[in-house]
Design a protein around this ligand. Sequence first.
Ligand SMILES: Cc1cc2nc3c(=O)[nH]c(=O)nc-3n(C[C@H](O)[C@H](O)[C@H](O)COP(=O)(O)O)c2cc1C
Length: 173
Amino acid sequence: MKEVIYQNMLVRRSVRQFKKDNPVSQAEIEYILKCAMQAPSAKNEQAWEFMVINKRALLDMLAASHPYGRVLATAPLAIVVVGNTQKVKSALYPQDLAAATQNILLAATALNLGSCWLGIHTHDDRAKSLIDTLALPEHIVPFSVIAIGQPEDPNALKPIDRYQPEVVHYNRW
Ligand SMILES: Cc1cc2nc3c(=O)[nH]c(=O)nc-3n(C[C@H](O)[C@H](O)[C@H](O)COP(=O)(O)O)c2cc1C
């Protein structure tokens, strides 16, 4: 099992073209979200919430509103990771949301689905358009959008070796 997890991390790649008409099943969505909620969080606050977007018209609206939104033009599913500031005491919470986002990418990969992280955090313009499009209440802060679906290219998920010994420092610089 450990080997499976290791292999999964090595084949995860950003996928930006999807089979538009192949939906992600409800069971797959729930598996992905279960993995997201398994992420570590500072003080175990778990201040994340998730918006599941699988309506074509809404996906197209999100595609039009993000500078790299064309990724969503063929994705059958997007998960928007948001923070609930009413649950937050730790200023570290964006890091919790990043951990949840990464778990989503890895869960999608485990299901042989492609995924791509679209950055929102620190981009006020992207956050504002998401807040408007999804009618998010004031205490809900968008962090990332993840496009998910069957990759158009059947070989999209394949390992590349990025190991760089020169960036690893044992015990002293
Ligand atoms: C915080 C963050 C923001 C990102 N935002 C975007 C984005 O807006 N559009 C996009 O196409 N990819 C985005 N990516 C994906 C990166 O471009 C991608 O991970 C990187 O090029 C490495 O490629 P790989 O994911 O295939 O390993 C983002 C990744 C991270 C971690």
